[in-house]
Design a protein around this ligand. Sequence first.
Ligand SMILES: [Zn+2]
Length: 366
Amino acid sequence: MAFPITRLRRLRRTAELRNMVCETRLTPDAFVYPMFVCPGEGVRKEVRSMPGVFNLSVDEAVKEAREVHSLGVLSVILFGLPDKKDEVATGAWADSGIVQQATRAIKREVPGLVLMGDVCLCEYMSHGHCGIVKAAPTPQSLGAAALDTRTAAAVRDGAEKEKAIDKLAGSLARASQAYEIVNDASLELLARTSVSLAKAGMDIIAPSDMMDGRVAAIRRALDEAGFINTPILSYAAKFASGFYGPFREAADSAPQFGDRRSYQMDGANVREAMREIEADIEEGADMIMVKPAMPYLDVIAAARNRFDLPLAAYQVSGEYAMIEAAARNGWIERERVMMESLLSIRRAGASVILTYYAKDAAKLLS
Ligand SMILES: [Zn+2]
């Protein structure tokens, strides 16, 4: 039936009708609230690029967790800022680690809250990478540097020559910093971190490092330690993204050199994302995640169509910061855009949404 028999506006006429035919609904129990735990007492330090988000000492984290839970949000995910960093990420797997401390305290005070532990090494490594770093045997860009030397010599004058020299200096710097993020050795530390968190009372282990084989390594270690009932939520398709910028300030986890493109995914690849997810499911993941969310809604939708596991999506720091910045300038309506962004992620197919808006959205929904 076409117009004038069909008039789609008939069902949009009133709020009641629109509500009746609404296809996608948000509920607070779908949200997971990320929290950044730091050393000290009474610390509540706002993250500059994420207004409304704080670094919290354990005592403050407990208060925050209580508030989150009272709003109907069922879960928080914990990130840690250790007082010391080193080359083996001791702060990640030590039983006295900052997240282990926070886990024990929150479990004691707010037992009904589901605690997720982000498992990665970058926040605890002095170099800020997500795995063990080793100098690469042959500097891979030396050839490129040699090629550039010839280019620079061939260019004779002016701005062109300056540009060529700049380029040469850049590739020489890269060549002297040749390194590799070692996959298999990193697995051992990730597994050790997971067991330590489970011992502290963590309900769900969420590896975010993007090393190959980490889910299998973590599952094996958890089972051997007796944690057969601790589920793994795998950051299965995590893209190397510019939207993580503000998080790196929040978690003090920016790499000191290079970038994360040799382990996180290329934003161009959706088929590879399906392979990543499939691999993690085969290794024993109980839930899967796509990160970031809004720039990758198609990946969420593809994952939803293809896999039957509970699917999570992470609305990352940059997504949050963009909305906050525009709202502060009066360019958008904050609450409206916040809810629309969450709705889009839910509509794409995510059943669980990790979001800095968990508290504010829950308040609006109640
Ligand atoms: Zn990391």
